[in-house]
Design a protein around this ligand. Structure first.
Ligand code: PEP
Length: 247
C-alpha cells in the first residue's frame, strides 16, 4: 500500500533453544532498506535474542500474551513481561492459539488491548479454515473475526493485521494471487468501516507458506503490506530471502 513500509515478521512458534541464536545473529547482516523486520521468538529466548539483535534493525516480539498484567495464571506471560524482556510486538490470536487453547475473538481483542497497555504493537491474526474456504464463507469469516478481535481503539501505529488462511499455514499451499487480493481488499474495507481513516495506514500482512520463491509475488499484491512467516523464519538465509522480495 502506498505510504506503508512493509513488515516482514517471523514466528518461530515452539522452536528454538540457545543454539538457534546464531540464526538471529546472521539475520542482523541483512539489508533492511525496503522493509521493517521482526522475529517473534519463544519467551524463553527473548532476553538472549535481545542481545543477539543488539544494534540491528530486526525487532523482537512475543507470540502470545495474557490479558492481565500479572496474577495467578500459572504458565502464562503478560504483555508487560514481554516488554520488560525487550519485545516491541506480540502476536495475538494466531490460529494455533485459537485451536490449541480455545481462544475466542473476545479473548484475542482483550490480548490486543493488553499489548497496547504495555506499549507493544499487537499483531492480530485472522483467517479462514479449509472448510470455510470451500464453503464460500471466507469473506464473512474475516468480517466476523475483524469485528470481534480488533478493538475499536486500534491505531495503525500499534496494530498490525495478519491474514493467515489456516489451510495455508505450514502446508506449502498458498491462495492464488487473486484470492489474496480479494481477501486483503475486503480486510481493508472492513477495517475502514470499523476504524475510519486510521485503517488507511494500518499494515495488513499475508501469512501462510511464504518462502523466498513466492515472496516477491505475494508482496506485490495490493493491500499486502508484508508477511508473517513461520517455517521460513527459522533460518536466516530463508528469512533474508523473503526480505529481499519486498517491493
Ligand atoms: C505462521 O505460523 O504464522 C505461518 C505463516 O507459518 P508458515 O509460514 O510455516 O506457513
Amino acid at each position: 500500500t502506498p505510504g506503508i513500509r512493509p513488515l516482514i515478521a517471523g514466528n518461530w512458534k515452539m522452536n528454538g533453544t540457545g543454539a538457534a541464536l546464531v540464526e538471529l545473529t546472521a539475520m542482523t547482516a541483512g539489508d533492511f532498506a525496503a522493509c521493517e523486520a521482526l522475529i517473534c521468538v519463544p519467551a524463553t529466548l527473548l532476553t538472549r535474542a535481545k542481545g543477539a539483535l543488539e544494534g540491528s534493525a530486526v525487532q523482537l516480539g512475543g507470540q502470545d500474551c495474557h490479558a492481565q498484567a500479572s496474577g495467578a495464571h500459572t504458565g502464562d506471560v503478560s504483555a508487560e513481561m514481554l516488554a520488560d524482556a525487550g519485545a516491541s510486538h506480540v502476536i495475538v490470536g494466531h490460529s494455533e492459539r485459537r485451536t490449541d487453547h480455545g481462544e475466542t475473538d473476545a479473548i484475542v481483542a482483550a490480548k490486543a488491548e493488553a499489548a497496547w497497555r504495555a506499549g507493544l504493537t499487537a499483531v492480530i491474526c485472522i483467517g479462514e479454515t479449509k472448510d470455510e474456504r470451500e464453503g464460500g464463507e471466507t469473506l464473512a469469516v474475516l468480517s466476523r473475526q475483524i469485528a470481534g478481535s480488533v478493538p475499536k481503539a486500534a491505531k495503525a501505529a500499534g496494530t498490525v493485521i495478519a491474514y493467515e488462511p489456516v489451510w495455508a499455514i505450514g502446508t506449502g499451499l498458498t491462495p492464488t494471487v487473486g484470492d489474496v487480493a480479494e481477501a486483503h481488499a475486503h480486510i481493508r474495507a472492513e477495517l475502514t468501516a470499523l476504524l475510519g481513516a486510521e485503517a488507511g495506514s494500518m499494515r495488513i500482512l499475508y501469512g501462510g507458506s511464504v518462502k523466498p520463491s513466492n515472496a516477491a509475488e505475494l508482496l506485490s499484491v495490493a493491500h499486502v503490506d508484508g508477511a508473517l512467516v513461520g517455517g521460513a523464519s527459522l533460518k536466516a538465509a530463508d528469512f533474508l530471502g523473503i526480505v529481499a522480495g519486498c517491493p
